[in-house]
Write a protein that binds this ligand. Structure first.
Ligand SMILES: [Zn+2]
Length: 128
């Protein structure tokens, strides 16, 4: 995926990229992901460099964005790509379990699940 420079030609090429992406991925209504990298707005940073997912530039959290915000498809792609890049960094050299695996294995969660099962179909619950 080419990341075009912030020039008139780059903007035209970027608009064509977005159109092509949306034509190729009609069912990805949230935006780009690891299977369908979304075109990056000209003049923004590449993904996974600690950039703000909303404006595509680097600035301290809570401070104003440094440019107009990117479209939500790109924000979602930056979020997913940044997460994958951070996770793969964390996994080398000592892999850590993902949070979801930790939660699923926690005794509190299993207790919650069994409690939830007990409430199903016993007829004593509040009328629906
Ligand atoms: Zn920002």
């Amino acid at each position: 995926m080419v990341h075009y420079p912030d020039t008139p030609d780059g903007q035209v090429a970027y608009q064509a990229q977005v159109l092509a992406w949306k034509t190729t991925n009609p069912h990805k209504y949230k935006g780009g992901d690891e299977y369908a990298p979304y075109p990056l707005t000209p003049g923004t940073l590449p993904v996974g460099v600690g950039e703000c997912h909303t404006c595509g530039l680097r600035h301290p959290m809570g401070t104003p964005h440094l440019r107009t915000i990117v479209d939500t498809f790109e924000t979602n792609y930056r979020r997913i790509a940044g997460h994958i890049i951070r996770t793969s960094r964390n996994e080398a050299p000592a892999p850590k379990p993902a949070n979801v695996q930790y939660v699923a294995a926690a005794p509190e969660y299993l207790a919650y699940l069994s409690h939830y099962d007990e409430e199903q179909g016993n007829g004593d619950g509040p009328a629906v």
